[in-house]
Ligand binder design. Structure first.
Ligand SMILES: [Zn+2]
Length: 117
């Protein structure tokens, strides 16, 4: 079975992601630059996450749900996806910390910092 879902692309050109499910094996291919390099592109991640906002055509929602149903039967993969989300959450929190510290440092430099004689 092959399920093709058109994902939104920054360039506006269609990005047809193929989910090929045969003999209990699922393969996913995306024609974007990263996808062609075998990388986990934002289109694949978006569709794997079940993010409806990445659909170029909302009429393809039933296809996305069909893909979700297949993915839900791949617990090892789901575990890895959850680990990825957790790691991304850590990065996001650290980026927020970096941003706060930079702001604090900039404010200190603007206000003037005390320097020992
Ligand atoms: Zn892609």
């Amino acid at each position: 079975m092959k399920i093709t879902i058109n994902a939104l692309n920054n360039s506006g050109s269609p990005c047809n992601v193929d989910f090929i499910y045969e003999n209990s094996i699922l393969k996913v291919h995306c024609p974007c630059k990263a996808g062609k390099l075998g990388q986990l592109c934002k289109h694949m991640i978006g569709l794997i996450d079940g993010d409806e906002s990445i659909l170029a055509d909302s009429a393809e929602l039933p296809l996305l749900l069909q893909v979700q149903d297949i993915l839900n039967r791949a617990p090892v993969f789901q575990k890895a996806i959850n680990e990825l989300a957790k790691a991304e959450g850590v990065i996001l929190n650290e980026e927020i910390k970096v941003s706060r510290i930079r702001k604090k440092l900039a404010e200190a430099l603007n206000a003037g910092i005390e320097v020992k004689q």
